[in-house]
Design a protein around this ligand. Structure first.
Ligand code: BGC
Length: 362
């Protein structure tokens, strides 16, 4: 079986009957469905023609959001009254496969997954052309757009579920990308409100979200983070050839890349701060969209080199660690690193499809 078919199989065999995807079936803390992971997983299925399975996820997510509609509506009302929103009122970032919130200590107050979901929905609706589904989910798309519009400047946990007191350009980019792409599926006056907010968000990202001509991990920091690739793919705040993006990618490569494996950020200690399989694929995706297919293929080969004997891709590999002294502490605490991670298989599929059918060169 080809590795592409294997990634597809791993994803499909772990889709719950509800439509949800657990982040990793073999890692206790990841036996839940994240909107962020799940949307990229569903998008990868859309990329390889598994439209129905993708739709089952998007539909599960819409149903789950609807079950928690009262929380989003309450926040929308509060922001209309000009109230500050305490983080604990935010929608959660992950749910059980049957759509319940997960209780317990976790950096669960994150906004990027909802922006990502809007973006994934728009890609799916374009790809499937399913107008019935578009009509059915319109109230949920509208709700989430109205929810994100007033919240994007609010500090919340980043896509690594850390630093909840900061504002992270990659999170803001996910919100930007989600709002921008969902415009055709919502009505006026919301569409117009989105339109005018988009230029404010972009201006904010290019001013507050940069230092020395490149994007930064969080507002006020100097550091770079590999998730900043999102500002190009898929959320298109800037094109891949924009000078700020070029400088960001250069910094990511100089500080976080080691023999085609990409680290998350310089001070990462989680499981020793290894190299994240999907981040190498992300860099390859950036290169596929900027016309450097040779580089994408090199990164794809590296990703494919990380499959283990059971045909699984892990979350991270440990050929090169930033903080090796922290590795065993995590293994003792939480067991072996997550494997398979469905999000890694998803980015493998996405990169493979971009390499095969490059869509856009800027
Ligand atoms: C990562 C998140 C991810 C979650 C489930 C966390 O360790 O930081 O980005 O959503 O695992 O895969």
């Amino acid at each position: 079986m080809s590795l592409i078919n294997r990634s597809k199989q791993v994803i499909l065999e772990h889709q719950h009957t509800s439509g949800a995807f657990v982040a990793s079936p073999a890692f206790d803390h990841y036996r839940y469905s994240w909107l962020r992971d799940g949307t990229f997983i569903a998008y990868s299925l859309d990329c390889v023609g598994e439209t129905e399975a993708a739709e089952r996820f998007f539909s599960w997510a819409a149903g789950t959001i609807e079950a928690h509609r009262h929380k989003a509506s309450d926040i929308i009302e509060r922001t209309r009254r000009g109230e500050e929103i305490p983080q604990h009122l935010l929608l959660h970032t992950r749910y059980t496969v049957d759509g319940q919130e997960v209780q317990g200590e976790w950096g669960t107050y994150q906004l990027d997954g909802y922006g990502t979901w809007l973006w994934g929905m728009s890609e799916h609706l374009k790809n499937s052309g399913n107008e019935d589904f578009a009509r059915k989910v319109k109230p949920t798309l509208t709700l989430i757009a109205e929810y994100l519009l007033p919240l994007w400047r609010m500090p919340n946990f980043d896509c690594w579920e850390e630093y909840g007191d900061l504002v992270h350009p990659s999170t803001v980019a996910a919100i930007y990308g989600g709002l921008k792409s969902i415009r055709p599926w919502v009505d006026e006056p919301l569409r117009q409100s989105i339109e005018s907010e988009l230029s404010v968000i972009k201006h904010y990202l290019l001013s507050m979200g940069t230092q020395d001509g490149r994007f930064i991990k969080s507002i006020g920091s100097q550091d770079v983070d590999a998730s900043l690739l999102w500002l190009h793919v898929p959320f298109s705040v800037v094109e891949g050839g924009h000078p700020v993006m070029v400088a960001t990618v250069k910094e990511i490569e100089e500080t976080l890349l080691h023999q085609n494996g990409v680290h998350r950020y310089a001070h990462d200690v989680y499981y020793g701060g290894g190299q994240w399989v999907f981040l190498s694929a992300w860099l390859g995706w950036h290169y596929a969209e900027t016309g450097n297919l040779n580089r994408s293929v090199e990164l794809l080969k590296w990703v494919e080199g990380q499959f283990n004997n059971e045909g699984h891709l892990p979350e991270q590999v440990h050929h090169h660690m930033l903080a090796p002294e922290h590795f065993s502490r995590w293994v003792e605490q939480w067991g072996a690193p997550a494997c398979p991670l469905l999000w890694s298989h998803a980015l493998h599929l996405i990169l493979a499809s971009k390499v095969e059918f490059p869509q856009k060169k800027d």
